[in-house]
Design a binder for this molecule. Structure first.
Ligand code: TUI
Length: 315
């Protein structure tokens, strides 16, 4: 049995989080992962307060196990979203795409466990001082908004820097990745891309097929010039964006306009030409469609086998 301090802290069976993917991680996916014994996470993304409350209420109807909400800190509705998670007494809040400092006191007062995604040791240390429960060290192999450091380099440095549990994210989709993350000092993993093809994931079928067909070199990072780099699958949209980003005659406003609405177009409408398919580098290894239960229990039982066999390298 794979069990770590994060299980006890959050009241979950397996130390496996499902990433709070915008336009994708809804109440249905989150409830399925929590029912499977992991931590399901609803993406608040740019939802307003009432839209987010509806998701939380529906998740509570499907599971009585703990689940989380991911607050995307660039959202124009971030204040409403913080109020709603506090009112609804959500067990866990993860944060992404920014520094959560100004919301920590309010969330803590409501008894919510805060687990920020950190792309650096500095933010891990700062948020630890403010009393967060754990941190998610997310390497730039991940999909969506990315930092600069890889999982391999980031996780052990964050683990050395803080005294709270570290969850590893970015580039993990199977037991080898999970076992490696535990060896790097993490006490759990968060996976996004692995759950894109889950039976309970509502993302458009075209998106699922594109992930299954993806190879190792099929993702690209765009948006660096705008200050929010995003990893997506290569397609006509992301290639065009990349070209324009390095064209000095194209203004930042034009670039922003080009990117707007792309994720919804891909995830909801299934537009694989003009849409933005956020996805991690590990997509090349995601070839099957499984239930959330198979994903969560499968990775943990395989990790257990791998870790029991590590002695083979010691002569
Ligand atoms: O947040 C994510 N992944 C996301 S958010 C998102 S929605 C979006 N769409 C278009 C543009 C931007 C966002 C899609 N994918 N992952 C967690 C994550 N957080 N990765 C990196 C960070 C991060 C970056 C900087 C966290 C904190 C941070 O702090 C900067 C500071 O001010 O200290």
């Amino acid at each position: 049995m794979i069990n770590s301090p994060i299980c006890e802290l959050l009241g979950i069976k397996y130390p496996v989080f499902q990433g709070g993917m915008a336009w994708i991680a809804d109440y249905r996916l989150a409830a399925a992962v929590s029912e499977a014994g992991g931590l399901g996470i609803i993406a608040a993304m740019n939802s307003n307060g009432e839209q987010l409350r509806e998701q939380i209420v529906k998740a509570k109807q499907l599971t009585d196990k703990p689940f989380g909400v991911n607050l995307m800190l660039m959202s124009p509705y971030i204040r409403e979203a913080v109020d709603v998670v506090c009112e609804e007494r959500v067990s866990v809040v993860t944060t992404g795409a920014g520094n959560p400092s100004e919301y920590i006191a309010q969330l803590k007062e409501a008894g919510i466990k805060i687990i920020p995604v950190v792309p650096s040791v500095a933010l891990a240390r700062m948020t630890e001082r403010m009393g967060v429960t754990a941190v998610i060290a997310e390497g730039c192999e991940s999909g969506g908004h990315v930092g600069e450091t890889t999982t391999m380099a980031l996780v052990p440095q964050v683990a050395d820097a803080v005294n709270i549990p570290v969850i590893a994210a970015g580039g993990i989709a199977d037991a080898r990745g999970m076992a490696a993350a535990l060896m790097l000092g993490a006490c759990g993993v968060q996976m996004g891309t692995r759950f894109l093809t889950a039976d309970e994931c509502n993302v458009h079928e075209n998106y699922k097929e594109k992930v299954i067909k993806a190879k190792d070199i099929d993702t690209i990072v765009t948006g660096k010039r705008l200050g929010h780099p995003v990893r997506t699958l290569k397609n006509p949209m992301s290639r065009e964006f990349f070209r324009k980003e390095y064209d000095s005659t194209v203004t930042n406003e034009e670039l922003e306009a080009m990117g707007a609405g792309g994720l919804r177009l891909a995830a909801v409408e299934g537009d694989m030409v003009k849409g933005s398919c956020m996805c991690g580098q590990i997509a090349g290894m995601v070839k099957d469609r499984l239930s959330c239960k198979e994903i969560v229990t499968g990775i943990c039982s395989e990790t257990e086998k791998l870790l029991s066999g590590v002695g083979k390298w010691v002569k």
